[in-house]
Design a protein around this ligand. Structure first.
Ligand SMILES: [Zn+2]
Ligand SMILES: [Zn+2]
Length: 400
């Protein structure tokens, strides 16, 4: 179990870790600049290095996520706003990489009625520009993906469905530096009812067949002030909203979800997540785990493993597609491709071990099969590699 929370460090980085400790969070999410202003915060290199070291050595806070600035709108038709947004995302990502963060969570923006199809290309270009132009992750540290957050669905927001998010990732050629963050409140508001075991299974089947389970890096764990399908972004404290603890339990207790960072963005008393909110979240996860680890869980587990298999097979198909594609693209992409492969290997390693671990915990016998499928996917991927690259350490890598 890994219950995290959005915290404030008063504009400083290392104190954010202590803000997490104070409420019992084992992961944190922070803004790296004021979320409603364009002006980037400047951090000296030694401040960023101090953060990397403090996080890696921290006894209880395992991961840091950054939330991108709210003003960003990559779907805007206004050229000036679009360019400002790309610059801001690039700056956010530079800081997050320098902090060795596990991801930058992003609200893509709104096309304001122009239609999703109209904005796919410009969003894909924005992602690629930010990923290529941001200052690189310091040597020896795992890379930091952009995590696309699902939207509640109001006013032409992009990312209102998993299919939209998958389309954006596909438009970037399946770039491994893109991932997914599911917000439980936004998902509820967009009309997805995961409040039963079968509802959760349907959702995770959807994730597997669209974005891919292995791209799901974290969840935002929030109850909702809005009813199912209400299309508005309004978070409630756990147990005080329309989803309720029993509605959240099937999702957060699922074997594929229960070990992911579950980041609270609840209002608390008005100042954000409190210790009691973290405790409430722990109870919900425990309730959910009991749903699956009870006597009749074997059927479910089988389903989970099948979902994981579908994903890896799909990955493998995607990879061969990518290989074909890369043959027809220009050589100028070579450098990028090398980088992406390196990252993808690191990412893959984490994901694979995660899936396998989950399967093991669930006492299934199909692990070897998954492993084999995954290996096949990896092998296909390797064709993309321009030069052999080293697999970098996955978690909390120390400096070389
Ligand atoms: Zn969120
Ligand atoms: Zn929200």
């Amino acid at each position: 179990m890994n219950i995290g929370a959005h915290v404030r460090g008063g504009g400083k980085l290392v104190p954010s870790l202590e803000a997490g400790v104070e409420i019992g969070a084992t992961s944190i999410q922070v803004f790296v600049q004021s979320p409603r202003m364009w002006k980037p915060s400047q951090y000296a290199p030694d401040v960023l290095a101090a953060y990397r070291d403090a996080q890696a050595a921290h006894p209880s806070v395992r991961q840091t996520f950054c939330h991108a600035t709210y003003l960003i709108n990559l779907a805007s038709a206004d050229r000036e706003l679009y360019e400002k947004s790309v610059a801001c995302l690039t700056s956010n990502l530079s800081v997050a990489r320098a902090m060795a963060a596990s991801g930058v969570v992003l609200h893509v923006g709104s096309h304001k009625g122009a239609g999703f199809e109209e904005v796919v290309k410009q969003i894909a270009e924005a992602f690629e520009r930010a990923l290529d132009d941001a200052a690189p992750t310091p040597d020896g540290w795992p890379d930091c993906p952009i995590l696309i957050e699902n939207a509640a669905g109001a006013g032409g927001t992009v990312g209102r469905s998993l299919d939209e998010i998958a389309a954006l990732i596909d438009a970037c050629g399946g770039d491994e530096r893109l991932g997914l963050c599911i917000d439980t409140q936004h998902l509820w508001a967009s009309g997805v009812d995961y409040s039963s075991v079968s509802g959760t299974q349907a959702l995770l089947d959807d994730v597997a067949s669209s974005v891919g389970v292995e791209r799901l890096a974290c969840l935002h764990l929030n109850d909702s002030k809005i009813e199912l399908g209400g299309n508005r972004d309004r978070h409630a404290n756990i147990g005080e909203g329309t989803i309720g603890p029993m509605g959240l339990a099937p999702l957060v207790g699922h074997p594929l979800i229960r070990e992911l960072p579950l980041l609270l963005e609840v209002p608390g008393d008005g100042d954000g997540p409190r210790a009691q909110d973290v405790i409430a979240a722990r109870q919900v996860v425990a309730t959910g785990v009991a749903l699956y680890d009870g006597t009749s869980s074997s059927a479910l587990v089988g389903k989970t493993v099948r979902a994981a298999k579908v994903t890896t097979v799909k990955e493998s198909a995607k990879a061969s597609k990518a290989v074909k594609a890369s043959k027809t693209t220009q050589v100028t992409k070579a450098t990028k491709s090398t980088k992406a492969t390196k990252v993808s290997k690191t990412a893959k390693a984490t994901k694979v071990s995660k899936v396998i671990k989950t399967a093991k915990t669930a006492k299934t016998t199909k692990v070897a099969k998954i492993d084999k499928t995954t290996k096949a996917a990896k092998t296909t991927k390797a064709h993309k590699t321009v030069t052999p690259t080293k697999v970098t350490p996955v978690k909390k890598a120390k400096k070389p």
